[in-house]
Design a protein around this ligand. Structure first.
Ligand code: SAM
Length: 211
């Protein structure tokens, strides 16, 4: 929760960019299904799903600023402030969870694991987890900052932006181990444009909770 202040400060200015693969999503998730977007920001992805005909949508984010902006921008969406490590929903109650560019905001292994365990708890058996996030880059700019900050944060791939955000890029092996309790349905590398306009290596993942 330590970066909440940063996300509140940028909540009215940042535009998020990771695209949703709506065609792939519709192969796994039905229009009537209950979808939870964890770290939904101002609700950009949920709004896109809404425009594709999904209506059973909930978004949660620990930044009140993001949620307030979402209420102004998309007043018809159900966006809620997440005030605790626990997700305020029943066990086995959600058909699909979306997690877009949120792991990159959580640099500690244990905190990522806690969030993934919470997501697994609220997903129904057979429920889908759709993640898009960043992989380690191999370009000079990224390698330089990974090496500079590895001794500070203790993990290669974690770095601090000049504006104060601490971000993490992940190895594919790490992501596989983080998600080992899910059955992988799709996992492929891709390239994103970041919220600061740079090109970055990423991945798209669909996993399923065991039935
Ligand atoms: C890069 S933004 C992406 C927002 C949104 N998923 C999108 O793609 O448009 C990351 C969001 O995750 C939220 N966030 C970061 N860590 C979180 C946590 N531990 N719990 C809930 N939200 C978190 C931030 O407040 C921010 O809105």
């Amino acid at each position: 929760m330590e970066q909440k202040q940063y996300w509140n400060e940028v909540s009215s200015t940042k535009e998020f960019t990771i695209p949703i693969d709506a065609e792939l999503f519709t192969r796994y998730v039905g229009k009537e299904d209950l979808i939870l977007d964890v770290g939904c920001g101002y609700g950009r992805v949920l709004n896109e799903l809404y425009e594709h005909g999904y209506q059973n949508l909930i978004g949660i984010d620990f930044s009140k600023g993001m949620i307030d902006r979402g209420h102004r921008q998309f007043p018809y969406l159900d966006l809620r402030e997440k005030t605790d490590e626990k997700i305020d929903l029943e066990d086995n109650s959600v058909d699909a969870v979306i997690l877009f560019a949120v792991l990159t905001c959580i640099y500690k292994d244990e905190e990522q694991k806690t969030l993934i365990d919470e997501i697994r708890r609220v997903l129904k058996p057979g429920g889908i987890l759709y993640i898009s996030d960043y992989l380690l880059g191999e370009d000079e700019r990224n390698i330089k900052r990974y090496e500079e900050f590895a001794p500070v944060f203790g993990t290669y791939g974690v770095f601090e932006l000049p504006e104060g955000a601490i971000c993490r890029h992940h190895s594919q092996d790490y992501i596989v181990s983080l998600l080992e309790e899910f059955e992988t349905r799709e996992f492929f590398p891709t390239t994103f444009v970041t919220m600061n306009g740079h090109k970055s290596k990423g991945f798209c993942y669909f996993g399923q909770k065991s039935k």
